[in-house]
Design a protein around this ligand. Structure first.
Ligand code: HEM
Length: 99
């Protein structure tokens, strides 16, 4: 898989050339701008940036996650990989404690 630095991805930040980062993967969503059910604005407003939290906050469907694979062009270089908040959550919580 091709590797990119975050600085490199940030250069692709307009409607003719729009990349975003989700979960340390790099997506070229230029051709997807007109097709995104959530609109092109949300993709363009922080084009070139890390959109992991926003992507997760929307609660994208499994279909959406599958669809994103078509646009994946590589990943972030190892030195710049992030640990996201969802990485820290337990995968299968066995108890639900509310305080
Ligand atoms: C490659 C990346 C992405 C793909 C393939 C994708 C795909 C989709 C799809 C298929 C939907 C329809 C609902 C669903 O199936 O979940 C959707 C809705 C939406 N997406 Fe994305 N999305 C991407 C990135 C993003 C990002 C970065 C944002 C940033 C906020 C975003 C915001 C939204 C919003 C606001 C909706 C509308 C939700 C609604 O109206 O209920 N998406 N997206």
């Amino acid at each position: 898989m091709r590797q990119f630095t975050r600085a490199e991805v940030l250069k692709h930040c307009n409607n003719k050339d729009c990349w975003i980062i989700i979960g340390n993967k790099v997506f070229d969503v230029t051709k997807f701008l007109d097709e995104h059910p959530g609109g092109c604005e949300v993709l363009l407003e922080k084009a070139g940036d890390d959109r992991t939290e926003a992507f997760e906050d929307v609660g994208h469907s499994t279909d959406a996650r599958e669809m994103s694979k078509d646009y994946c062009i590589g990943e972030i270089v190892d030195e710049e990989k992030q640990t996201y908040t969802y990485d820290k959550k337990p995968i299968a919580p066995t108890t639900t404690t509310s305080t």
